[in-house]
Design a binder for this molecule. Structure first.
Ligand code: 3MF
Ligand code: MG
Length: 344
């Protein structure tokens, strides 16, 4: 067990610190400057929203978009970086107020599909095949506003259109139970995999599991990952941490619950996550209090914690663990793991 892990994050993970109650507290770092930072921070992969890759999509022709995406690909190549995935940003445009694929307005649903096709075009130009769907507004604030059967069918239809649009593309659904919606239609890994099974080509639909999203659903992220791994559906992850059931915090990996983080690293490592080229994504946010010059510490801290926990997981005394399990002595196992994580 000495698999190597490769790490990614998205440009949105270096940010100005604005929250719903206050404005930015740090200076904006230009996209190109962010790209230049990746390697020094220990990351070689970049995750994109469609409009991170090609800014201001509105009003640009397909050939203009393709040429801008190609020039980004060239810059990534020059810097020794690889794109990991592209995700359509379907939650900021006024046409996605009531959702994209599940909007009650057919014109808005059409917009969501067209935008997703543009996202696929950009993905292909970047030389990759992975699209991530965080279904931000595909849900409801009140049950009566949408029919959940129809909504599910619309999600399936939308994914089918995407799968049909490009025969090579793979789609990872990123489940999240709430925020911005009261209730999202695809809240958990199980929902995401089951949704894929309703599509025309289930083999091309997988999941992106985010630690915080699983915790918000009251679930253990490592068990969610295990379920997806058993289905061969874990094609990317968004590791971070979350302090209980509140707003989506995107805290540094391991900063709330070391043991929970340990178990995520352990399940990934023990099942050779990465053997098919999967990346370890860190979807983490800096604290709002962080000063400009240290605004990337959350990324390096998360990476360091992953590597320390990997070392911890690879150095457990497995004969001892097996004997505790054989004796059904889980109290002893519990203490052993806690002390091991503490280096005792
Ligand atoms: C929201 C998220 C998103 C997704 C991103 C890529 C902005 O809670 O986690 O981050 O990860 O859109 O899929
Ligand atoms: Mg995420």
């Amino acid at each position: 067990m000495a698999g190597k892990f490769r790490f990614t994050f998205g440009p949105w993970n270096i940010h100005e610190g604005a929250d719903v109650f206050g404005p930015a507290v740090r200076k904006t770092i230009e996209f190109e400057k962010k790209l230049e930072m990746y390697k020094n921070l220990g990351f070689s992969g970049v995750q994109f929203h469609d409009d991170d890759a090609v800014p201001v999509l509105e009003g640009k022709s397909a050939s203009q978009i393709a040429s801008e995406a190609r020039s980004l690909k060239q810059r990534l190549d020059d810097m020794g970086l690889k794109a990991e995935f592209v995700a359509p940003r379907l939650w900021e445009d006024s046409r996605t107020i009531d959702g994209g694929y599940t909007s009650n307005d057919p014109a808005c649903r059409k917009y969501a599909i067209e935008r997703s096709k543009i996202c696929i075009d950009i993905t292909k130009e970047l030389g990759i095949d992975l699209v991530v769907l965080w279904l931000a507004r595909e849900g409801s604030y009140i049950r009566e506003s949408k029919d959940s059967v129809v909504a599910t069918e619309r999600l399936v239809d939308a994914i089918n259109v995407m799968l049909g649009y490009d025969p090579d593309i793979r789609i990872c659904v990123e489940p999240k139970p709430n925020e911005p919606m009261d209730h999202a239609y695809i809240p958990t890994t199980g929902h995401a995999i089951a949704l894929g099974m309703l599509t025309d080509d289930a083999d091309r639909v997988g999941v992106n599991i985010e630690s915080a999203h699983a915790i918000l659903a009251g679930l253990d992220p490592s068990d969610e990952m295990g379920f997806a791994l058993a289905h061969n559906k874990l094609w990317t992850v968004h590791l971070n941490d979350q302090n209980g059931l509140k707003f989506d915090q995107d805290k540094s990996f391991g900063s709330v619950d070391l043991r929970r983080a340990f178990n995520q690293v352990r399940i990934l490592d023990r099942h050779d996550y990465g053997k098919n080229g999967e990346w370890v994504g860190l979807d983490v946010k800096a604290m709002r209090t962080q000063k400009d010059e240290k605004a990337t510490a959350h990324l390096t801290n998360s990476l360091e914690m992953f590597n320390l926990l990997l070392k911890a997981s690879r150095s457990t005394d497995d004969a001892k663990i097996d004997s505790f399990i054989a004796e059904r002595n889980y109290e002893a196992l519990d203490l052993y793991i806690m002390k091991h994580i503490m280096g005792r």
